[in-house]
Write a protein that binds this ligand. Structure first.
Ligand SMILES: Cc1cc2nc3c(=O)[nH]c(=O)nc-3n(C[C@H](O)[C@H](O)[C@H](O)COP(=O)(O)O)c2cc1C
Length: 319
């Protein structure tokens, strides 16, 4: 196996494959992005991870006011997965702008702010406050948030509610808008199309899958909220199917998210048609997971004589 580091400088200049990708208006040095909620505000990882080597990073979901999140226990390991009910704990958009972003802006890295709200107005307000902030490249809108005023169903489970949230955010900002879809729906395609029609520049697919776990000794749920979101390798085939369906339903770029722990996982998403991928739970297993996957992707391209990662996108062959 030839590794990039083992090649002479001249060879590597000649044959170094191109990992750059474009996601609508965003230009990334490579397709590997750290996923929201699994990489803090980026800064927590900066002494271990060279943030400049990431294609991008998405910060923990931000709301108008700070939120303490749900009571403990709010994490439970499952077979090949992780259940969480963090409850969107975060410092709030003002503290992010004042205390986190100025430091993040020192890194040459595509920083995306993940945002949510309990009403379409709150989504708009958060988007307005972040619009044009120095060091920020775009917004990722998490529509997996309960619509508190209207009975608590998530915005992202209904095409009309998704459209309303995305249209509001679109009006509130000139920045690139990525909409992160919920997998907890019977058909993701009408929701993906609603987000596209309302002005999304790209879609992230997907957030966590609803699940639960029980301690059979105490017969209590393992999470304080009983149910939570499942992530990690357990969900990869499920999220991959959703990405493939979404890619075939819309004309905007799709970012694949769910269970990726290796370059092979990432390549499956790219072959299914994803422009880029996000790494979540794998960051908890190894803080260098993203960087390792960037290196492994480069090695794969070299070994397969592929000059540009985009050549692989959407090349799924028929069975
Ligand atoms: C502890 C934890 C916190 C998360 N917080 C957020 C969040 O604030 N906003 C969001 O859109 N997604 C959040 N997610 C979802 C991840 O960004 C990602 O979509 C999901 O975990 C699937 O990817 P993975 O299997 O690689 O972890 C969170 C996931 C975990 C595990």
């Amino acid at each position: 196996m030839i590794r990039v580091e083992e090649m002479s400088d001249i060879d590597s200049v000649k044959t170094k494959p191109n990992l750059e990708v474009t996601i609508g208006p965003l230009e990334l040095s490579n397709p590997v992005i750290a996923a929201s909620g699994t990489f803090g505000y980026g800064l927590e990882f900066s002494d271990q991870v060279d943030l400049c080597r990431l294609g991008g990073l998405v910060v923990k979901g931000l709301s108008l006011e700070p939120r303490p999140g749900n009571p403990q226990p709010r994490l439970a390991e499952t077979t090949a997965g992780l259940l969480n009910s963090i409850g969107l704990q975060n410092v709030g958009v003002r503290a992010f702008l004042e205390e986190k972003l100025p430091e993040l802006a020192d890194y040459d890295c595509c920083v995306l702010a993940n945002i949510f709200g309990e009403s379409p107005e709150e989504y708009m307000r958060v988007a307005e406050m972040l619009d044009g902030a120095e060091g920020l490249s775009g917004l990722e809108v998490n529509v997996s948030c309960p619509n508190v005023k209207e009975g608590g169903a998530q915005f992202g489970t209904d095409p009309q509610k998704t459209r309303e949230v995305v249209a509001g955010v679109r009006k509130a900002t000139r920045m690139p808008v990525i909409v992160k879809l919920s997998p907890n729906v019977s058909d993701i395609r009408p929701i993906a199309r609603a987000a596209e029609e309302a002005g999304a520049d790209a879609l992230s697919v997907s957030n966590t899958f609803l699940g639960m776990a029980i301690d059979v000794e105490t017969r209590r749920p393992r999470l304080s909220t009983v149910t939570g979101g499942l992530s990690g390798p357990a969900i990869k085939p499920l999220a991959l199917r959703l990405v493939w369906e979404t890619v075939n339903a819309v004309n905007i770029p799709v970012i694949g998210v769910g269970g990726i722990v290796s370059a092979e996982d990432a390549l499956e998403y790219i072959i299914a048609g994803a422009h880029a991928i996000q790494i979540g739970t794998a960051n908890f297993m190894d803080p260098l997971a993203c960087i390792n996957i960037v290196d492994e992707l480069e090695t794969y391209l070299l070994e397969h004589g592929i000059q540009d990662i985009s050549e692989l996108r959407g090349t799924l062959a028929e069975k």
